[in-house]
Design a binder for this molecule. Structure first.
Ligand code: NAD
Length: 427
């Protein structure tokens, strides 16, 4: 069945990212009162730019790549969102990712709108010089819609601090002055922020700590299972471990490690940095990957892949809290089951927002040309994430809904109220 949504349609069965986003909005609409009349603003991106990127390859031939920058909503401030270099990038996906940035920034109460960019390319197939030329031409093509007061890109899948440095340099060359605040996720000596790399994992821990307090769960000796031991999972695991919880299971692409007495996370981090995997750290404690979700534990942290919590996992998992470090680890039908089973799910838009919070700090520091210590950054992040959990918790209690729906309600209320107060130009 097709459902007409003024100007943009979605299908009930459709599974594209944008389709899923539209369905999420419809779920929130009944909670918005008179503001729901304004929801159409969020059902389409404010601005979508598709660019052709010609690149002179090392062999002298010219190849063309398709690039995008979508600014979904700019009501509360400049756009914020990463740039993805991946062969599957397409407009539908970039639109959805930009919309989720709108929701995430508003749920965290950061003064940003949502944006996202991407280039359909496999960056691993390019030489460093080709990658630089692609990045610089992409930046030049989107140059007129980005800027510290307009839209601030950041790294995402397939991009990194070096690519952000090239973007910053290209934008600066076209502006005639050094503009560090045009992108975040830069190398630290180029205006990047301390604490950025560990920020997402730290945010996962903070949101877990806050939610545990709300449900009277003592994290001391609480059992924690972590899927994914990269940037996000390893830092979250370390903070739980350092603060008295027992991280009893860690899974990565290579192995699933289970130690009932708790794993020495600092040692495991050292090992996995050296070997690029956890397999072999303690071979006798490795278990089948499929057993991961069956382990009795109070806290589960999916911090690797999308869609790993399906209906079956939701029906059988024995957890009190699920912390969504990854983006989209829980399928919609599974979400409803977890909600009925009264398992508290801290949704990705809040749980993994530590990264965008420190990106916000990077932008603030660049604009002020004054840089904070890592301790200051961690303290300020703690306040923002703590407040976000408190706001969402209150909203969920008032609206008698899940934390995910509450985060969406709160975000939509903030954006639509801001638009109501700004009015529509020309009036
Ligand atoms: P990463 O590449 O550093 O680590 C990914 C981890 O997942 C690795 O340990 C890898 O071994 C593991 N993994 C891969 N396939 C697996 C499988 N089949 N089973 C179990 N583990 C598997 O990535 P990251 O930066 O830690 O990001 C993890 C997730 O968090 C992603 O969904 C990402 O989109 C999301 N996220 C990251 C950030 C950030 O700042 N890094 C911010 C927001 C959201």
């Amino acid at each position: 069945m097709n459902t007409m949504v003024k100007g943009l349609t979605y299908t009930e069965q459709g599974t594209t990212a944008w389709n899923n986003y539209l369905k999420q909005l419809d779920k929130v609409a009944p909670h918005l009162g008179e503001l729901s009349e304004r929801l159409d603003m969020l059902r389409r991106p404010k601005r979508s730019l598709i660019v052709d990127i010609p690149v002179i390859m090392d062999d002298g031939t010219v190849q063309h790549f398709e690039g995008y920058r979508v600014q979904h909503n700019l009501t509360r401030g400049p756009g914020k969102g990463g740039v993805r270099f991946h062969p599957d990038v397409n407009l539908d996906e970039v639109m959805a990712l930009s919309a989720w940035m709108t929701i995430k920034c508003a749920a965290l109460n950061l003064p940003f709108g949502g944006a996202k960019g991407g280039v359909r390319v496999d960056p691993t197939q390019l030489s460093k010089r080709e990658l630089e030329r692609l990045t610089r031409r992409y930046t030049a093509e989107i140059n007129f819609i980005i800027g510290p007061q307009k839209d601030i890109p950041a790294p995402d899948v397939g991009t990194n601090p070096q690519i952000m440095a090239w973007m910053m340099d290209t934008f600066s060359m076209n502006s005639g002055s050094t503009v560090t605040g045009v992108v975040t996720g830069k190398p630290v000596h180029l205006g990047g922020s301390l604490g950025r790399i560990k920020a997402t994992g730290r945010g996962v821990y903070i949101t877990g700590r806050e939610v545990a307090q709300q449900i009277d769960l003592d994290l001391n000796d609480a059992r924690v299972c972590v899927q994914g031991f990269g940037n996000v999972g390893s830092e979250a695991a370390l903070l739980f471990h350092e603060n008295g919880s027992k991280v009893i299971c860690v899974q990565d692409h290579s192995a699933t490690l289970y130690q009932e007495q708790g794993i020495d996370i600092a040692k495991l981090i050292e090992y996995s940095k050296h070997h690029q995997k956890i397999q072999g750290f303690s071979a006798k404690d490795e278990i089948l990957a499929a057993k991961f979700w069956q382990i009795p534990a109070e806290v589960f942290i999916p911090a690797a892949l999308e869609g790993v919590i399906d209906v079956h996992v939701a029906q059988t998992i024995q957890a009190k809290i699920i912390l969504e470090g990854a983006n989209g680890p829980t399928l919609t039908e599974a979400d409803e089951i977890l909600s009925k089973r009264q398992i508290t799910v801290v949704p990705d838009v809040i749980c993994n927002a530590g990264g965008v919070t420190v990106s916000y700090f990077e932008w603030v520091q660049d604009l002020a040309s004054y840089f904070w210590t890592e301790e200051e950054i961690n303290q300020r992040m703690d306040v923002i994430m703590k407040n976000a959990v408190a706001d969402v918790w209150i909203k969920a209690t008032q609206a008698e809904c899940s934390l995910r729906t509450a985060a969406y309600i709160l975000a939509c209320e903030r954006i639509l109220m801001a638009r109501k107060e700004r009015g529509i130009y020309p009036g």
